[in-house]
Design a protein around this ligand. Structure first.
Ligand code: ADP
Ligand code: GLC
Length: 478
């Protein structure tokens, strides 16, 4: 089975969130199961610099407003998986995130930048970009790659099936309808039955309408996005796709996130040797200037600071929890108001609250290893990875019962769940953790159960392989 994964980001080259982790680890797990996997990425500066042995496959020439577009074939640095790179300097070689300028503005030409990605995927599927390798399935991730599904449906030149994975329905890739002509696509799709969404042009809809199979990253989120509460206006479209929509829970890279071999942390440990975790905890308190109290409950958060993540709830509960003996170690970047609020909390509670405004992978490992609990109080959470990192490191998750959080954490068994998106409900869940930690034997039992969870990509990869086979069946014999 040949599968092309098209996406905007991949760890460790370009990462703004969990999408990058998934696009790195899932293809590897699929390859380990014998599938023939290639990636397709935009030629962002870090991709151009980070891939190995790039060779030109085809000179595409000028398209989507760029004069010089080439398709390269290279290898990923760590996994050595083959990766196609769309080298379009005019569109991709710039400072900033894949989606925004350094100042946080969406790139004005995102329509062209991500239409090109989908268009190249469609040409690979049709066999006219690289006739030596034709995918059986194109697996497109999030709105950034979703146009592959529309171009493929439109041209129907390829027998390949399409699978579209929604990592976050809140980001949809909406553009003004008057830019339609830039897509090079017939006007018959300029309607609600096509890509139109409330007067705008929606890349997300390209995936939702035209993929043979739609997945999202947890079974609970798959049910949630079919409701008005979580559907972001697309719940009707999702309900219409019926049984073509399913949820496959993400795994984590259990080599990168392994407390028994993690070189980023103060001491290695596992479920049988938890003393090493206690040393990581002490090292972390020292590093962050937190009071070295064994009785404190050390709570960490590693997150984008956005409304999705519910960190305003944590801020509201924080003063009360500090007086009860909770220490906070937060790392994140995002909305300026949340950044400022956490900085103020640090100033108000010296030695009890530590805030690191920044993005730092190694530091994230030290936080996960050293903390007692990891909080993910999200309003919605398609899957969430940090609670799984917590489970693997015996750092018990305190999470809201939504999306993938509900599917990966068992209340009172491997972590602490709460229902209402209120500071009081979150506070009560943290209080339950405080209380539980007062009984060391019971706490160790919780940690061991958490650490025994199966979190690898093996089973999810098998589910995707079954889904690919189904999707191919849906498009007729390949
Ligand atoms: P989302 O993709 O919605 O941001 P996930 O939990 O799926 O949420 O993935 C977030 C990923 O980004 C995790 O790998 C997490 O460790 C990482 N991450 C988020 N913020 C930071 C940060 N400030 N420093 C290091 N890693 C971070
Ligand atoms: C998105 C979601 C997150 C998920 C990640 C990887 O960024 O917000 O919940 O874990 O994608 O699928």
């Amino acid at each position: 089975m040949r599968v092309l994964h098209a996406a905007a980001e991949v760890f460790p080259l370009v990462k703004t969130g969990g999408l990058a982790d998934v696009v790195a680890a899932l293809p590897l797990a699929l390859a380990e199961q014998g599938a023939d996997i290639r990636l397709l990425l935009p030629g962002l500066p870090a991709v151009m610099d980070g891939v190995q042995g790039a060779k030109t496959v085809i000179d595409i020439g000028s398209c989507f407003g760029a004069m010089r577009v080439r398709l390269l074939l290279a290898r990923m640095p760590r996994t050595k998986l083959p990766v196609y790179v769309v080298d379009a300097p005019y569109l991709y070689r710039r400072e900033g995130s894949p989606y925004q300028t350094v100042a946080g503005q969406e790139w004005g030409d995102n329509l062209q930048r991500f239409a090109l990605l989908g268009w190249v995927a469609a040409h690979l599927a049709a066999g006219d970009a690289d006739p030596r390798w034709l995918p059986d399935v194109v697996h497109a991730h999030d709105w950034h790659a979703a146009m592959a599904c529309a171009y493929m449906a439109e041209h129907a030149a390829s027998p390949a099936a399409t699978v579209f994975t929604v990592h976050n329905l809140a980001f949809q890739g909406l553009f003004p309808m008057h830019d339609w002509a830039l897509l090079g696509m017939g006007s018959h799709l300029m309607s609600p039955a096509g890509l139109e969404f409330h007067g705008q042009l929606s890349f997300m809809k390209a995936g939702l309408k035209f993929a043979d199979r739609i997945t999202t990253v947890s079974p609970t989120y798959a049910r949630e996005i079919a409701t008005t509460e979580f559907g972001c206006g697309l719940d009707g479209v999702i309900r219409d796709r019926g049984a073509a929509v399913s949820g496959v829970i993400n795994g984590i890279d259990t080599e990168i996130w392994n407390p028994a071999s993690d070189s980023a942390i103060a001491n290695r440990f596992d479920a049988e040797r938890l003393a090493g975790k206690a040393e990581c905890r002490r090292a972390l308190q020292t590093e962050l200037g937190l009071v070295r109290e064994d009785s404190a409950l050390l709570l960490t958060v590693i997150s984008r600071l956005t409304a999705q993540k519910g960190l305003d709830l944590l801020l509201a509960a924080l003063p009360d929890l500090v007086t009860q003996g909770v220490q906070f170690a937060v790392q994140g970047t995002g909305e300026p108001a949340l950044e400022a609020a956490f900085r103020m909390a640090q100033q108000a509670h010296p030695g009890k609250v530590h805030m690191h405004l920044g993005y730092d992978e190694a530091r994230a490992h030290r936080l996960v290893a050293g903390a007692d609990v990891i909080a993910v109080p999200s309003r919605f959470e398609p899957c969430g990875l940090t609670q799984m990192y917590g489970l693997r490191y015996g750092t018990l998750p305190v999470v809201r019962r939504t999306g993938g959080l509900a599917d990966t954490v068992a209340d009172g068994s491997t972590g602490f769940l709460f229902d209402e998106a209120t500071p009081a409900a979150l506070r009560r869940a943290v209080e339950r953790a405080l209380l539980a930690r007062r009984d060391p034997a019971a706490w160790t039992a919780l940690q061991r159960r958490a650490m025994a969870q199966e979190l690898s990509w093996k089973e999810p990869a098998q589910q995707y392989l079954r889904l690919y086979a189904e999707a191919r069946g849906a498009t007729g014999p390949a």
